[in-house]
Design a protein around this ligand. Structure first.
Ligand code: SAM
Length: 284
């Protein structure tokens, strides 16, 4: 008699799942799978107490993190996966936790997954590298306060550093201003390339973003994005020069915001960018 090997959740090890369903990793889909169920459990724990919470997962792949989220007690997981080869494996996960996993086949950039979630809703994902930043920016742009209670996301370390960057750091830019304006963001831990199959070239990091009830300072979103795009578009230049593409007098703008025109973008904190955005919105 052969005895099927099972993991702690009663499902087979991920390596077997991937082999049985023929899910050879595809680079074009950003497929680097986590096989270590201790690590996926750690990521699920990093999202806090998930009991009674709906979770959006983007890119469940063969379901390692999905299994951890369900085992951690998520009320329901809505998982958006683009690769139809993963659907068989995910159906097995759904059968293990009846009524608690909804798999949506499609491109996360095109699916309105938030509409499928109850509240509170958390987002937990090992994001595909090619769309990770775009998705994060979308989640940060929603009407505030947001529909999500927290984001726990795996990125390449370099992207994670941009998300949490403070003024004065080379990683500080548009992403750090937007994230710092609306959330408190921090890197929780790094994950080495060897933890993935196949291993990517770079280290990854798990980032936690908690929404501020109110953004750090008042500012119209669109104006904030325009001034940060201009300021960091020429980050080595003084602001009096870098802000010219905005089409309003940079000196008047900087004076209204109380900012020295010889400063450079990376020295401005989020509150200063908000002041600049308010001044710009009043003139544009
Ligand atoms: N969550 C799994 C894990 O941790 O092992 C897989 C993570 S892998 C880095 C990224 C996953 O996102 C892959 O399963 C890939 O097929 C999927 N994916 C890539 N682009 C996507 C998109 N635009 N929308 C939804 N899923 C996508």
């Amino acid at each position: 008699m052969t005895v099927a090997m099972t993991g702690p959740d009663g499902l087979p090890p991920l390596r077997d799942v991937i082999a049985r369903h023929g899910i050879a990793a595809r680079k074009a889909l950003g497929q680097n799978f986590l096989l270590d169920l201790n690590l996926t459990a750690r990521i699920a724990r990093a999202a806090g107490d998930l009991s009674g919470t709906d979770v959006l997962e983007v890119g469940p792949g063969p379901g390692g993190l999905t299994r951890a989220l369900l085992a951690a007690g998520a009320r329901r997981v809505v998982a958006v996966e683009r690769d139809p080869r993963c659907l068989g494996a995910l159906a097995e996960v759904a059968a293990r936790w009846p009524g608690r996993l909804e798999v949506v086949e499609g491109d996360a950039l095109a699916v309105d997954a938030a509409a499928l979630l109850g509240r509170p809703a958390a987002v937990v994902a090992n994001l595909p590298y090619n769309v990770g930043t775009e998705l994060l920016v979308r989640w940060l742009r929603v009407d505030w306060p947001p529909w999500w209670s927290g984001l726990t996301l795996m990125f390449q370390r370099e992207v994670a550093e941009r998300v949490v960057a403070a003024p004065g750091s080379g990683a500080y830019g548009r992403l750090g201003v937007l994230a710092g304006w609306r959330t408190t963001a921090r890197i929780l831990f790094d994950v080495p390339p060897q933890a993935f199959a196949p291993p990517p070239k770079v280290t990854s990091s798990v980032v936690s973003l908690t929404p501020r009830p109110e953004p750090l300072a008042p500012a119209p979103l669109e104006a904030l994005e325009r001034v940060t795009a201009a300021a960091f578009g020429q980050r080595r230049k003084m602001l009096r020069q870098a802000l010219k593409p905005l089409g309003v007098d940079p000196l008047a703008l900087l004076e209204a915001a109380g900012i020295d025109p010889t400063r450079r973008a990376e020295t401005l904190d989020v509150a200063a960018f908000c002041a600049l955005a308010r001044a710009y919105a009043a003139r544009a």
